[in-house]
Design a protein around this ligand. Structure first.
Ligand code: FES
Length: 310
């Protein structure tokens, strides 16, 4: 669907917020806390951005976008090219990180720009009157997006781990103290998510939920195997330095993709023969073991050939 970029605002060093509205005569589909939309930035360049505003608001979607220093094109495009008034192509909201709103207690943990879905959850929990706390870690106060809104919640604690006296988040202690039956949510950089997952192993009586921005795995780009496309009868060599998706696109195959990072599932492809080297965060362990499908954007092959349903 199409939306208009109504406003943009500086939020913190390197981070802007962007407010999207419906075009005249249309309305925005409602969303739930934790949802994201996929935004088509340019042909072949799609990125997912979480919605940071209160889900009760029906007139806007608010995104927070950090300019990544090693941007693969997404955040750089947003920061450098978007102008107020632009018409953008987006999907309706999708929620892979839903809030279990009826939990007896909720703990929200955000690192850096991971605050975006967590903020929508905080808005919803604050309105519900339920028991919850929020913990927001950033390098410095100047780099903390949406800080003013976060600090307005009495349930929120903030930590600036690169500032003298900025406080440190004791993640294991925090998780260890959560009341039994709590739901805990974490969004942020890979190191924070890994520490969260480790600490949650000691709390089988609670439920942990994470939202990744980037896969924990490095994409397989060593090449050296062959793709056999059963439906089209084509054979394509994946060369060193290429992912399967690179090889497919270079050969003119119209392969679907979005995140290019093993997160979203858009590039899922059926495997008809051969064994993939799974590098995504989308398939479950059981699905990976079954080897019946593969995320071509980031996975490789453990066999000299991989036969795909393409
Ligand atoms: S494009 Fe998102 S998982 Fe491959």
């Amino acid at each position: 669907m199409q939306v208009r970029l109504r406003a943009m605002r500086y939020e913190a060093e390197g981070a802007n917020s962007y407010e999207l509205e419906a075009l005249p005569g249309a309305s925005l589909p409602p969303f739930t806390a934790g949802a994201h939309i996929d935004v088509t930035l340019a042909p072949g360049l799609t990125r997912s951005y979480s919605l940071a505003n209160n889900p009760a608001e029906r007139s806007r979607y608010r995104l927070g976008v950090l300019l990544e220093t090693e941007s693969r094109g997404g955040s750089r495009h947003v920061h450098e090219r978007w102008r107020v008034g632009d018409i953008l192509e987006v999907t309706p909201p999708i929620n892979d990180f839903p809030l279990h709103a009826r939990a007896a207690h909720s703990v929200l943990i955000a690192g850096g720009i991971g605050i975006t879905p967590i903020l929508a959850m905080a808005e919803e929990l604050a309105a519900s009157g339920r028991s919850w706390t929020m913990h927001y870690v950033c390098r410095t106060r100047a780099r903390a997006a949406f800080l003013e809104r976060v600090e307005a919640f009495p349930e929120a604690a903030v930590y600036f781990d690169a500032e003298p006296g900025g406080g440190a988040l004791d993640l294991a202690g925090l998780i260890g103290r959560a009341p039994a039956g709590s739901h805990l949510y974490c969004c942020g950089p890979a190191g924070l998510l890994a520490a969260f997952e480790t600490a949650m192993q000691a709390r089988p009586d609670c439920a942990g939920h994470i939202e990744r921005f980037a896969s924990a795995e490095t994409p397989a780009a060593q090449g050296g195997f062959r793709l056999i496309l059963r439906r089209s009868g084509r054979t394509i060599d994946v060369l060193p330095g290429q992912t399967m998706l690179d090889a497919l696109l270079d050969a003119g195959v119209d392969a679907a993709f979005a995140c290019t990072n093993g997160i979203c599932g858009t590039c899922e492809t059926k495997v008809l023969a051969g064994v993939p080297d799974h590098r995504d965060d989308f398939l479950t362990d059981a699905e990976k073991a079954a080897n019946a499908k593969v995320m071509v954007c980031c996975s490789g092959a453990r066999t000299p050939t991989l036969e795909l349903d393409l």
